[in-house]
Design a protein around this ligand. Structure first.
Ligand code: ACO
Length: 334
């Protein structure tokens, strides 16, 4: 058995910045409410007329990750792509990456686990590397939320939190099993699927039915019971971080860097307090990007690394919670 380690990281966010004040021109909201409840100051939204999509942004982030890994496109053996906002109902974004980057005819799978998507994606990639089946895997998380949000006062409880963007990493075989991804931990609780959901279009509620109902049917916009989600998030985040630490004989003092999914700064601050971590031990960038869902952990990890906040030998903890409900963690020895 091998371990896998991250050997290249990349991110891409659209240029177009949307501030809280910009949102207050579209709907009844304000900068103070958004910052106080979520910590978000601005987010990036793809501007109409540009070519960016989840797959295209994912390809841009991947190009950087592959370059930084020192590998060439031909070295990549497999693609794992996490998104809840794919370009098409089918096929998935993974195959688009294969084409956009001109990779060999390697396998590609899509992961549909929303905010936990990236943790699930690296866990899947890690298993393929552990068994020796593949050596180098491109793992991508990307979201194009802005085109699917309700940009009126009706949607303000959800719309203000989401941003667009992408991140990617190259996972590679590591012979030393004390390094790289030490363990991953995945969970779900489907009974709460309807607490955070985009219901349509789905095969049981397809476009003609939506059109027939005219404006009464809003099931194609994201719905979130924010307070309910928040309460579960803080519990599950804590549990799954502890689970990862315990599995590796670590305790909270051993955490050098926690990269939580950027769902809400208040959630991250709650976890920081609970684990008694200093500001240097937790990385947040939700202030700039909002919640980019499957892209959020990998964008944050990339930025933390770019800013020199992660050093060789550090214990890095990645954790996420989101729609499904799904949640997970990864413990990484950098
Ligand atoms: N601007 C101004 N007022 C608003 C806004 C807004 N953007 N949105 C809601 N309000 C109002 C509400 O209408 C409500 O008014 P009322 O009291 O008169 O009815 C009031 O503010 C409070 O609304 P709540 O929804 O109770 O606000 P809350 O404090 O719960 O914050 C939030 C909402 C930020 C969404 C929070 O619940 C949250 O972050 N939840 C967790 C999100 C999360 O972790 N999601 C998981 C990942 S996402 C994924 O997996 C896809």
């Amino acid at each position: 058995m091998y371990n896998s380690k991250i050997i290249g990281l990349g991110k891409y966010v659209p240029e177009h910045v949307v501030t809280n004040d910009d949102l207050s021109k579209m709907m009844d909201t304000n900068d103070a409410w958004i910052q106080e409840r979520t910590g978000i100051k601005e987010r990036r939204w793809i501007k109409e007329g540009t070519d960016d999509t989840s797959a295209v942004m994912g390809a841009k982030a991947s190009k950087i990750a592959i370059e930084r890994s020192g590998l060439s496109n031909d070295d990549i053996d497999f693609i794992v792509f996490a998104t809840m906002t794919p370009d098409y109902y089918f096929p998935g974004c993974g195959v688009q990456i294969q084409e956009l980057l001109g990779l060999k005819n390697i396998g590609a799978i899509d992961i549909r686990n929303q905010c936990s998507g990236f943790i699930y994606a690296i866990s899947v990639a890690d298993q393929f590397i552990k068994t020796g089946m593949y050596k180098n895997i491109l793992v991508v998380g990307a979201e194009y939320h802005s085109n699917g949000l309700d940009k009126t006062t009706r949607g303000r409880g959800v719309t203000v939190i989401f941003g667009d963007g992408a991140g990617a990493c190259v996972l590679s075989r590591e012979e030393d099993t004390s390094k790289g991804i030490l363990s991953t931990h995945l969970h779900s609780e489907g009974k709460y699927a309807d607490k955070l959901i985009v219901e349509s279009p789905s095969i049981k509620h397809w476009v003609p039915q939506i059109l027939e109902a005219k404006e009464e049917d809003l099931s194609y916009f994201p719905y979130m019971d924010g307070t309910f989600v928040f309460k579960h998030a803080v519990v599950r985040f804590s549990e799954v971080i502890m689970e990862g630490l315990m599995k590796n004989g670590l305790n909270k003092d051993d955490i050098d860097m926690l990269i939580p999914h950027q769902a809400n700064l208040r959630i991250a601050q709650f976890i920081q307090k609970k684990f008694a971590l200093s500001d240097d031990q937790v990385f947040n960038n939700i202030q700039k990007y909002g919640n980019t869902t499957a892209a959020s952990v990998i964008i944050a990890l990339t930025e933390a690394w770019e800013e020199g906040k992660i050093k060789s030998g550090d214990n890095v903890v990645l954790a996420a919670f989101g729609s499904g409900f799904t949640w997970g963690s990864a413990i990484v020895k950098w």
